[in-house]
Ligand binder design. Structure first.
Ligand SMILES: [Zn+2]
Length: 219
């Protein structure tokens, strides 16, 4: 993956994240205009959080615990009040939250777990898709083993024409089995390469796409 593609993706992530936050902010402001009582409750909640820090900071340790408990109870009450008000107004759950495309990384592209930062599956998938498109593998969505049509191959054998006692259909079935085996053993160092030889129109590209599709979806 080249770094500039990742950089480009992260710029896109940042824009969609900012947009989701901005939209949520707009929804909230519109709701405040219609229902100022919600804004009042939000203000109370914010003020309580700020005052709790101040209050607790200078308290003796034994009083701290009691104070914390009291503040938590007050906070729970306010949140409960706000939630029931939202419910009464038929505001759906999460309406005031940003609507991120990915709920795992919240459109940051990364997940922080136990102080370890890893790439989110959504970003990995996007990078994979870009690489996939760059790789010039054509029609991979249509040309896969599920759509392989054996009916296109004649079922009658003709030694003079095909230099084989098998019919083209029997032959392609053997080739497909080999291709499946190739996919199954792809990671094995014992597995040999495959080479398709023959004139155009026999299905070499189609079969290569089937293999590519199978390998990529197993990754
Ligand atoms: Zn994500």
């Amino acid at each position: 993956m080249d770094g500039s593609l990742l950089k480009q993706l992260l710029i896109e992530y940042d824009s969609k994240r900012q947009l989701a936050i901005l939209e949520a902010e707009n929804r909230k402001n519109n709701l405040y205009l219609e229902h100022p009582e919600i804004e009042e409750l939000d203000l109370k909640i914010n003020n309580l959080s700020i005052s709790s820090v101040k209050d607790i900071l200078f308290l003796e340790p034994e009083k701290k615990e009691q104070k914390l408990k009291e503040l938590q109870e007050k906070m729970d009450e306010l949140i409960k009040e706000k939630n029931s008000l939202l419910k009464k107004l038929n505001i759906p759950d999460g309406y005031l939250e940003p609507n991120f495309e990915c709920s795992i990384c919240m459109d940051t592209g990364y997940i922080v777990n136990n102080s370890q930062t890893t790439m989110c599956p959504c970003l990995k998938q996007k990078m994979f898709n870009l690489e996939y498109n760059k790789s010039n593998i054509g029609n991979i969505e249509k040309e896969n083993f599920d759509n392989f049509n054996f009916e296109l191959y004649s079922n009658s054998s003709n030694y003079d024409l095909y230099k084989s006692n098998s019919s083209p259909r029997e032959n392609i079935k053997v080739i497909c089995e080999l291709a499946h085996k190739f996919v199954d053993n792809f990671d094995s160092p014992e597995e040999k390469n495959l080479m398709f030889l023959g004139p155009t129109g026999l299905g070499k590209t189609f079969l290569s796409n089937c293999i590519a599709k199978e390998l990529l979806s197993n990754r």
